[in-house]
Design a protein around this ligand. Structure first.
Ligand SMILES: Cc1cc2nc3c(=O)[nH]c(=O)nc-3n(C[C@H](O)[C@H](O)[C@H](O)COP(=O)(O)OP(=O)(O)OC[C@H]3O[C@@H](n4cnc5c(N)ncnc54)[C@H](O)[C@@H]3O)c2cc1C
Length: 463
């Protein structure tokens, strides 16, 4: 169904009253900008888009959507829009990016963060107090979409998944009721929110613990890809015997010649190791020494103010059309090292193949935590392609699935929900893999209580 055929939509006038000037239907100025997600490869054709700026507007919009029989699709940035797979079409897209703000309590080392806030705002607000947060590699990712689905950071091997740092969740349920869930109040809902809040309602705020780092030893090492056969096995072997203070990633990346790229990337294939070492400079230097003996062409590891960690992974600074797949890998034996080296260095339409080092606190389950507390495996394998055309996107996607298939003997059961962009053929339910059967059964029971009509459409479902 085309988006224009959906207008006029029943209930639009009630939605307009709920958020005056902030509701757009197809054909109106503002509709296209409001429906466009960060991942430009994911086309979204909602019946209506609303951009609330307050909790009251969110509640009123949810009430009006329920009366109109519209499903609700909360979205903050659209980094995960591809995972919706067209499910925003015909629904009310709630763009939450104007519901933003951060209040830091330096004494408690916590922050209260509104539902549409991105990590760069949290990190900027925490930094003057000598604090930071368990953000991921990109500062423009949303706090809720990341932290309540896990959240893998360069602080992860020491401090665990970001979801473990969530102390309270405030959400508007499909009934329009605003609830605050903590370990003491609505404990079942709080348990479910820590992993699956997005399936239960519209999150209007979270309270998170901050991390006590005013600065951090971080950066990247870069080699030409001709050195991948030396660097990749050396990095894998280095990761086998590291303290939990070290969390890094290795990527084999290939870039077309583009003027907007820095010269060290434009038109080149490179191997990059980046991340953080939560130690003093002498210890960090000693830990990094084995990689430095491989003579990197660039070496930016240094002590930097904690917000600098948002830059080291060089994620795209603006909306980008992308496709990605991932899998969790166990320890790699000699055959596994050879297989991942071959898969990562075979010319392909992929932009990069990445290994993120897991283990440490990321691997420790917390019985006192929520539905999701840990990630199994030694490495997260992540393949990303730029969707410069549908054909290139399909080829990149197939290449990524090929890399995953080549590494199947080393897969471990599990999934990182924040890296679920789409369902990969033959891999089963990401929810089953991420939560496990028992937690998923309990989540479905909670969901049947709080969202019995399945009114909320989440990128990562309980299917
Ligand atoms: C460049 C890039 C770098 C990344 N780096 C990392 C990384 O280092 N570590 C990591 O773990 N992940 C990473 N990710 C994945 C990212 O964390 C997930 O895709 C995350 O879900 C994005 O959240 P978002 O709010 O930005 O995106 P959105 O697409 O806006 O949100 C994703 C989903 O979260 C839910 N949601 C968002 N906001 C709300 C809300 N207020 N209320 C209810 N539901 C909501 C919705 O279901 C929505 O579909 C990265 C992704 C990209 C594209």
């Amino acid at each position: 169904m085309s988006s224009t055929s959906l207008s006029p939509q029943p209930g639009v006038e009630a939605l307009r009253r709920a958020a005056p000037g902030r509701v757009h239907v197809p054909g109106e100025a503002g509709y296209d900008a409001a429906r466009t997600p960060w991942n430009l490869a994911a086309a979204q054709h909602p019946a209506v888009v609303a951009e609330p700026t307050s909790v009251e507007e969110v509640r009123a919009l949810v009430d009006a959507a329920r009366t109109a029989g519209l499903r609700i699709v909360p979205q903050t940035t659209g980094h995960a829009a591809a995972a919706l797979g067209g499910r925003a079409d015909g629904a009310l897209l709630l763009q939450l990016r104007h519901l933003r703000g951060v209040e830091v309590d330096p004494a408690a080392r916590t922050a209260r963060v509104l539902g549409g806030t991105t990590w760069q705002e949290v990190v900027a607000a925490a930094a003057p107090h000598g604090l930071t947060a368990a953000h991921g590699s990109a500062g423009d990712v949303g706090v809720v979409g990341y932290a309540l689905s896990g959240g893998l950071s360069f602080y992860g091997r020491r401090h665990g998944l970001a979801v473990e740092h969530v102390r309270a969740v405030e959400l508007v349920l499909p009934t329009g009721e605003l609830v605050r869930a903590t370990a003491d109040v609505e404990p079942d809902l709080f348990w479910a929110c820590r992993g699956a809040a997005a399936t239960l309602g519209v999150v209007t705020a979270v309270e998170i613990d901050l991390l006590p780092y005013p600065d951090v030893h971080a950066g990247m090492l870069l080699w030409d890809a001709v050195h991948a056969a030396a660097v990749l096995p050396a990095w894998l072997s280095w990761t086998e015997d590291l303290p939990e203070s070290v969390t890094t990633s290795l990527r084999v990346m290939s870039f077309p010649p583009l003027p907007e790229l820095p010269p060290f990337l434009s038109g080149r294939s490179v191997v990059v190791v980046d991340g953080a070492v939560l130690e003093d400079d002498d210890v960090a230097g000693a830990l990094l020494a084995p990689l430095r003996t491989l003579d990197p062409e660039m070496d930016t590891f240094t002590r930097m103010p904690a917000p600098g960690l948002l830059e080291v992974h060089m994620d795209p600074p603006t909306p980008t059309p992308a496709t990605s797949v991932h899998a969790l890998l166990g320890p790699l034996d000699a055959d596994g090292v050879a297989a991942v080296l071959a898969a990562a260095t075979t010319p392909s339409p992929l932009l990069f193949t990445e290994l993120r080092h897991l283990g440490g606190a990321l691997a420790r389950s917390n019985p006192e935590g929520g539905a999701l507390t840990s990630l199994p495996g030694s490495y997260l394998l992540h393949c990303v392609g730029a969707v410069v055309s549908p054909e290139v996107g399909a080829a990149a996607r197939a290449a990524g699935e090929g890399v995953l298939a080549a590494m199947r003997p080393w897969h471990v059961d599990g999934a990182a929900l924040t890296f679920v962009d789409d369902v990969v053929e033959g891999t089963g339910s990401p929810a089953q893999a991420a939560f496990g059967a028992d937690a998923l059964r309990r989540l479905r029971i909670v969901s049947s209580v709080y969202d019995p009509t399945d009114a909320v459409v989440a990128a990562r479902t309980l299917d």
